[in-house]
Ligand binder design. Structure first.
Ligand SMILES: Nc1nc2c(ncn2[C@@H]2O[C@H](COP(=O)(O)OP(=O)(O)OP(=O)(O)O)[C@@H](O)[C@H]2O)c(=O)[nH]1
Ligand SMILES: [Mg+2]
Length: 400
């Protein structure tokens, strides 16, 4: 605001125009109460509050309200160029994706020795708008790894409240399903994910999708299928699954894991289970997702594997990339015009009306002060060359 208080004996008056309020920030916060990103799919547009204008009598404008958007734990945020700017995995982790524009200073704040009664004020910065992509990566404690049709979905529906689709054809499950399992007072989040086939690490089947989901699980359950319809033996299924995990990432193959054989109700799996257990030198759990047989020992083993994983790596790593706000300015030449970009330079010329001679003087002073004149000269600008800052185009002139 440009405003003057008329005072007796002071013909010009005293500058009392208040500054504008800054605009609100757009903030993302990881919140355990959010389970999905569906709300953003339905409703992708969001806006923080605008700052209000400054007023006379030195009254500043109000700040715009920040907008905090809740996202589920495990949300990865990318900017429009696909650069990952945050990976929000811990409750209350936040990232400011857009900061509100600063309000313009009123003429009271622009009083200086040179301009005792400025008849101009600054423009507020324009608010920023941008698209961001959210991707939710599963944050399960344990994930079921198995060939298609092994009975992963059946198992999770037996031990939790999750109700995924179950069918006797491969690739029934296309998206992960999470269920909370509680066994004798121990709780963990179990994930049913799409089936894995040989070559998954090279992208076969739902390979990459699958492995992407597994990455976020602390522990793994290798679920083997003894049914005659399954072409591979239990032992070979085990080796193929572990091999695909290792080829995707050696670290994935190091996660604590539990081996189980499903469909024990169908046929006598004991001999093969015993043989596998002795070859691997670790317990192999025979279970039936259909009847629930053998489930409790398996779930305790999974809870133990999760505990072990937590002890090994208590914190899941997340990060927020802090992008430095570009200070200063940069110069480059395009089609013979010198182009100056950067907050400081744009702010220097962001005055309400540059046709006012005082305002133009002020802007010129400020550009010189932040070094734009020197930088232009150094870059080889000649008097008369065109210079552009934002929407403003002017001629370069040698200073005194
Ligand atoms: N007899 C028997 N059949 C089972 C058992 N578990 C699953 N099945 C059957 O096996 C078939 C596949 O089960 P799903 O749970 O859909 O298998 P999945 O591993 O989730 O399969 P994808 O999602 O395609 O990877 C279904 O017809 C189930 O009824 C079990 O313990 N015993
Ligand atoms: Mg399934």
């Amino acid at each position: 605001m440009v405003s003057f208080q008329r005072l007796r004996g002071k013909p010009k008056g005293k500058a009392v125009g208040g500054s504008g309020g800054r605009g609100g920030d757009v903030i993302l916060r990881a919140d355990p109460s959010m389970a999905t990103l569906l709300t953003y799919k339905r409703n992708p547009h969001h806006k923080a509050g605008a700052g209000s204008h400054g007023q006379g009598d030195l009254r500043s404008g109000r700040q715009g309200d920040d907008l905090t958007l809740l996202v589920p734990l495990g949300t990865i945020v990318r900017d429009a160029d696909g650069v990952v700017i945050a990976d929000l995995v811990e409750p209350e982790q936040v990232v400011t994706v857009l900061d509100g524009g600063r309000g313009g200073r009123g003429n009271a704040a622009l009083v200086s020795r040179m301009h005792r009664a400025p008849n101009f004020c600054e423009q507020g910065e324009f608010g920023k708008a941008a698209w961001f992509e959210f991707e939710l990566k599963l944050l399960a404690d344990a994930a079921l790894v198995g060939f298609p049709n092994a009975g992963k979905s059946t198992l999770i529906s037996r031990v939790s409240a999750a109700r995924p689709k179950i069918a006797d054809y491969p690739f029934t499950t296309l998206e992960p399903n999470l269920g909370v399992v509680s066994v004798a007072g121990r709780e963990f989040v179990f994930a049913d994910i799409p089936g894995l086939i040989e070559g998954a690490a090279d992208g076969k089947g739902l390979g990459h999708e699958f492995l992407r989901h597994v990455e976020r699980a602390r522990a793994l359950v290798i679920l083997l299928d003894p049914s005659p319809l399954q072409a591979e033996s239990l032992s070979r299924q085990h080796d193929v699954l572990v091999d695909e995990l290792a080829r995707h990432s050696p670290e994935l193959a190091q996660r604590p894991r539990v081996v189980a054989v499903n469909k024990a109700d169908l046929l006598d799996v004991e001999p093969e289970v015993a043989a596998l257990a002795s070859r691997l030198d670790e317990p192999v759990y025979a279970v039936s997702a259909a009847t629930g047989a053998g489930m409790e020992p398996l779930l305790h083993a999974v809870a133990d594997a999760v505990d072990l994983a937590v002890r090994r790596a208590p914190q899941r790593e997340g990060f927020v990339l802090h992008r430095p706000i570009q200070a200063g300015f940069q110069i480059h030449r395009e089609d013979g015009i010198w182009i100056i970009e950067g907050r400081a330079a744009e702010r220097a010329v962001g005055l309400d009306d540059l046709t006012k001679p005082d305002a133009a003087d002020y802007a010129a002073d400020r550009l010189a002060r932040i070094g734009v004149d020197d930088a232009l000269r150094e870059a080889g600008a000649r008097p008369g060359d065109e210079v552009r800052i934002g929407d403003l185009v002017f001629e370069f002139q040698e200073g005194p």
